[in-house]
Each structure stands twice: as C-alpha cells, then as structure tokens.
Design a protein around this ligand. Structure first.
Ligand SMILES: Cc1ncc(COP(=O)(O)O)c(C=O)c1O
Length: 371
C-alpha cells in the first residue's frame, strides 16, 4: 500500500539519536539540553522569527499559546470548523469558547469575511489554520485583528515551509504552532514548536512549558511539562536540514500527478493562490457529487484495492463531531462550504517517499477509476 504520508528517516537521524543516548543528557530541563537549543535555533532561522520554542506536540504548542493569552472564562476564539480537533479543544482547556466559522472553499482555510460576522465584545483571538499546507489569507485577518485588538495564532501544524506573500508561515501572526507528528512534512516522532517575534510572549511560553518556573522551583504561574525530549530534538535537527529537499520532492510529485489527472472531468485539482507557496502536506482533490458520478467513498475503496492509500480530512467537520455537536447544539447546515468539502475532498499520496513510477501508477489508477 502506498500510504498518504509516512516519515522519512535515515542514517543521520539514527546517528543523532545514538549521540544523545551516549551523552546521557535526555532533557532540556532548565535549558540545559544542547539538542533542543540547536533545533530551536535552526527552526527560528528557517521560519525567520526571533523565538522558536520546542514542545512535545503541536497540541501542547496550541495549549501553551492560548495559556499565554491569559483569557478569561468564556472569552471567545474564532476558528474554522474544518480543522483537527486540537485547534478547538485547546480553547476549551483554557476555559475559553471556540467560535466556529466557515471556510473559503477554494483553499479550505478560514473565511475572513465570515470571521467579521461573529465578532462580539468577548472575542480575543483568531486561529487561522493553514490547512493541507496552503496558507490562510492572513492580511485581511491581520487588518481586522489590529482594528479590534485581537491576537492571531497561526495553526501551522500542517504547513512547514509554506509561504504567504513570500513570508514563511509561522512568522506572520503574533504566535504560531507547528506539529512534528510522524505524518507531517518533517517529524520528531511526537513534537511541536511555537514561534513568535514577541519577547514577552516568548518568556511566558518558556515558563508555561516548564511548570511556570522562572528559576528552579520558583513557580510564578501555572504551567505544564510540555518540554521536548533531547532525543526528539536530535531527530528534528536533522529533519529541518532535510526539509527543503522534502518540500522540493513533494512539489515535483504534485506537478507530475497534476499533469496526469488534470484533464479528468470528474475531479477538481487543488487551487493555489498566487500569493501562496503550498507546502503540499496533503494533495487534496475534490470529487464533486453529481448524479451518475462514482461517489467519493467508492473511489476510495477502489484506490485501496489498487494498493493506493487515500485519506479524508476532515469528516465530520468539528461542529458535527459528537462532542461539539452536543456542547453547542449544532444541527448540521451551519457551515455549508465546510460541509460540502467534507463530502467531496480526498487526499492522495505525494510525500517524498513516493517514486516517479508510483506517481505514474497513481495517476493511471485515478483515471481508470474515475471515467
Ligand atoms: C491543524 C492541526 N492542528 C493541530 C495539530 C496537533 O498536533 P499534534 O498531533 O502534534 O499534537 C495537528 C496535527 O495533527 C493539526 O493537523
């Protein structure tokens, strides 16, 4: 089976991990982990930000970012419904309220127009999600946030290496969160990174991920243990060096596959805005539902039988998963573009481990199945 995504690890990562084991230094507690420091420096240089702070997951990075805002009970954070659960659940974990909105159907990211409609006196932040690796349209959001005194947290968990108007995602909002889960464009096993240009926020975050300590056993605010282990950082430090080549290979696979299936009338290729560089974490096509067409789910089944993995991100969207549906009494129909996307999208493998021959095979099978 050709999976939609898989981690690519080599001799360099193995060697880096063994070095950590030999060193006996396994943690960055009190800032004494050389690999975490090295990885943070490299990541900050790549994203072009002042601060990159490593953590043990993207979820932890979102949680820490929200804690740093010191939100009061029931203050509101606007997010798209079309995202991974952590974007929303971390808002509830800090006692605030996620306010869902619909997406721009071209690029599946939060609609700036919809954001404006849900503003209240309790709104404090917006979390645009760079879904599939395509950046959200940040300028209108930044303008609105500046007018209304809101914070922007970029959820860049899927978008390492994507750019918005030639700027790396993760360097544009007030804070940004990345994930290094094994399926991502680069991995540390489990892991995350928070980036910011704000010194004060960075200082708060460093405390939050380390039990709120200002010095050893000097807790000044509530915190967690969100620290990234040294072994993970050693893997990350190698992977960030490989990221440009991973991205180039994803781009090549996307170009090849788009050429092969671009003329197929039963699918819509992903759209890339002229202001964006897509990081191609997911190559997501649409199979519009028309009478007489093969259904998206039947397509997936036939692809599986041909040995090709596919994935649907996300079905259901957040407002219709049991927890949020019940909590906020959603009925369905609230966010039509999100719900339509949920029925139509399917992602195909383009990760850097997919060979030219496999891309040719995938293209051939897509065209055979959808005709
Ligand atoms: C959009 C989005 N947000 C948050 C996360 C959470 O990251 P992690 O799985 O590293 O906790 C992910 C990763 O799956 C994600 O895709």
């Amino acid at each position: 089976m050709i999976p939609v995504n898989r981690p690519l690890l080599g001799a360099e990562e193995k060697e880096a991990v063994l070095k950590v084991l030999d060193s006996g230094i396994l943690t960055n507690k009190e800032g004494k982990g050389p690999m975490v420091s090295e990885f943070e420096k490299k990541f900050a240089a790549y994203v072009k930000v002042k601060h990159a702070i490593a953590m043990n997951s993207g979820t932890a990075a979102l949680h820490a970012a929200l804690l740093a805002l010191d939100l009061k009970h029931d203050e509101e954070v606007i997010i798209p419904s079309f995202t991974f659960i952590a974007t929303a659940s971390m808002i509830l974990h800090v006692g605030a309220k996620p306010v869902f909105v619909d997406i721009d159907p071209d690029i599946y990211t939060i609609s700036p127009h919809e954001v404006k409609k849900v503003l209240t006196s309790k709104t404090k932040a917006i979390i645009p999600v760079h879904l599939y690796g395509h950046p959200a349209d940040l300028d209108p959001l930044k303008e609105f946030a500046a007018d209304q005194n809101l914070v922007i947290i970029e959820d860049a968990c899927q978008a390492h290496g994507a750019t918005y108007k030639r700027q790396q995602v993760g360097s544009i909002g007030d804070l940004a969160c990345f994930s290094f889960y094994p399926s991502k464009n680069m991995t540390t096993g489990e892991g995350g990174m928070l980036t910011t240009n704000d010194d004060e926020i960075a200082e708060k975050i460093r405390m939050i991920i380390n039990h709120g300590e200002k010095g050893a056993y000097q807790t000044v605010r509530l915190g967690h243990n969100f620290r990234m282990p040294e072994i993970s950082a050693a893997i990350g430090s190698v992977q960030i060096d490989k990221l440009p080549q991973f991205l180039a290979r994803r781009r090549k696979n996307v170009q090849q596959l788009s050429t092969l299936i671009g003329q197929n009338p039963y699918i819509q290729l992903p759209i890339v805005k002229d202001w964006a560089t897509h990081s191609w974490y997911l190559f997501t096509i649409r199979i519009p539902q028309n009478p007489g067409n093969l259904s998206r789910d039947a397509f997936i089944e036939k692809m599986r039988a041909a040995g090709i993995g596919t994935a649907v991100y996300y079905k259901p969207p957040l407002h219709l998963i049991p927890y949020f549906k019940k909590l906020f009494n959603f009925q369905g129909g609230e966010f039509p573009e999100t719900e339509k996307a949920t029925r139509e999208v399917v992602s195909l493998p383009v990760h850097p481990g997919v060979t030219d021959e496999e891309i040719t095979y995938i293209g051939k099978k897509v065209n055979e199945i959808l005709k």
